[in-house]
Design a protein around this ligand. Structure first.
Ligand SMILES: Nc1ncnc2c1ncn2[C@@H]1O[C@H](COP(=O)(O)OP(=O)(O)OP(=O)(O)O)[C@@H](O)[C@H]1O
Length: 282
């Protein structure tokens, strides 16, 4: 059984077609990333799956439950971490969790127990009774994530979870996200950070201008180009060539003419794959 199955999603906003027929599926326990530039359609996909907007066409299922025919049942199965931090800044961490828990119909006792467990898990327990406005950006993100877990969803949607955070805080959040997956939650994450998708995702879908242009494990997407890359700078032009082995790449560099100003031999990465499949940078 699949955790998420999406079939031919189309979304039009007037003259703009944000999604042009997107299909993919996510296995239970998998961490699946939608990687694409601004405006690619990532947030639209998540908003449709979380019942915040209707698709123009298409179907979606969570564990075989029809998301659009049984929206209430589907909504209970998912947790959403939105891009914007929509916490109540004047309330404490515990109070923010309480409101969310009550909205999902949990009892006070369930909320108290789960809040403590989650606040400890996210290393926020010491701050449980302070106002959210006193937290740093990274702490607010962690609270946003555990709030989405309070009703124990089987599927977690993370929309650009580390946007705007510095690299150190971003890595800490990656650890938190990985450990949520290890506890058995299926995760669909959107990002425009290549290294985030490469580090976190079991499989990645490249999304560009409303279309999925490639979908596979990060390693398999990279392998389609080769193992090694050579970057050549000629004047102001950068050209990259891909090779199946280091020996092939080295042999190529040895035969280069002197007109090349700079030659860099390196491993192929997910960014190369993204540029290859979409024709542009993230
Ligand atoms: N409510 C709306 N009304 C009209 N157009 C919209 C609306 N929401 C999104 N769009 C358009 O749909 C397209 C996809 O937007 P979407 O927010 O899904 O992209 P994204 O990949 O999530 O980008 P970002 O990384 O900037 O959030 C864009 O062209 C956007 O302008």
């Amino acid at each position: 059984m699949l955790a998420i199955k999406v079939e031919n999603l189309i979304k039009r906003y007037g003259a703009i077609t944000a999604l042009k027929g997107i299909s993919f599926s996510v296995k239970p326990g998998e961490l699946f990333a939608l990687l694409g530039p601004n405006g690619a359609g990532k947030t639209t996909t998540i908003r449709i799956l979380c019942g915040l907007t209707r698709p123009t066409e298409g179907k979606a299922f969570f564990y075989e439950i029809d998301v659009f025919k049984r929206p209430l049942q589907a909504k209970k199965m998912v947790g959403l971490v939105p891009q914007a931090i929509n916490l109540d800044l004047e309330l404490t961490l515990k109070e923010n969790l309480l409101i969310h828990g009550l909205l999902f119909g949990l009892s006070h006792e369930q909320i108290r127990k789960r809040s403590e467990k989650l606040l400890r898990f996210a290393e926020l327990w010491e701050r449980a009774n302070v106002k959210v406005k006193t937290l740093s950006g990274g702490m607010r993100r962690r609270l946003l994530i555990i709030r989405a877990l309070l009703h124990e969803p089987r599927i977690l949607f993370l929309d650009e979870p580390t946007v705007g955070l510095d690299p150190h805080i971003r890595r800490k959040l990656w650890g938190l996200i990985k450990s949520i997956q290890q506890k058995g939650t299926t995760i669909l994450l959107t990002t425009h950070y290549i290294e985030e998708a490469e580090f976190l995702a079991d499989r990645v879908a490249f999304i560009d201008a409303g279309r999925l242009v490639a979908l596979d494990t990060p390693q398999a997407l990279i392998k389609q180009l080769g193992e090694y890359a050579v970057d050549l700078v000629r004047g102001t032009e950068l050209e990259t060539r891909f090779f199946p082995s280091r020996e092939d790449a080295e042999e190529f560099t040895l035969k280069l003419s002197q007109k090349v100003e700079s030659v860099i031999l390196r491993r192929v990465n997910l960014e190369d794959a993204f540029v290859h499949f979409t024709g542009r940078k993230v």
